[in-house]
Design a protein around this ligand. Structure first.
Ligand SMILES: [Zn+2]
Length: 125
């Protein structure tokens, strides 16, 4: 079974991508840091700044519910999926190739090509 290269996924899938996906609207912005209502515990107050996202470091933290992590953790929490499924889902939604671990790529090919399974899988001599 192919395995996801989480290290690469953390670099390639950014917090900005996830926040854009949910149409997040921050209440305050300072450089690459955002503050606003927490999308995880569902801040009732529209003016809440409990949620802090550091786009440069690609991490988030909620001072109210204590949630925190990277972009992958955020999507896993938002979509209520285990991390593995969340990464596949996120790649699909963002139209990005899945960052498979090199040795475990499906069909031994670059997953980015997303080719349908070929009938002839054996390489020639
Ligand atoms: Zn929260």
């Amino acid at each position: 079974m192919p395995m996801i290269d989480y290290r690469r996924a953390r670099v390639e899938l950014r917090l900005t991508d996830v926040l854009a996906l949910i149409g997040y609207e921050p209440r305050a912005r300072a450089g690459t840091q955002l503050r606003g209502p927490c999308p995880l515990h569902g801040s009732r107050s529209r003016t809440s700044r409990a949620f802090a996202a550091h786009l440069g470091k690609n991490v988030y933290h909620c001072f109210r519910c204590g949630a925190g992590g990277n972009a992958l953790d955020l999507w896993a929490a938002l979509s209520r999926q285990p991390l593995h499924a969340a990464v596949l889902d996120l790649c699909e939604r963002l139209h990005r190739p899945v960052p498979w671990l090199k040795d475990t790529q499906p069909n031994g090919r670059r997953a980015a090509l997303a080719q349908p399974t070929l009938e002839r899988t054996m390489p020639g001599p």
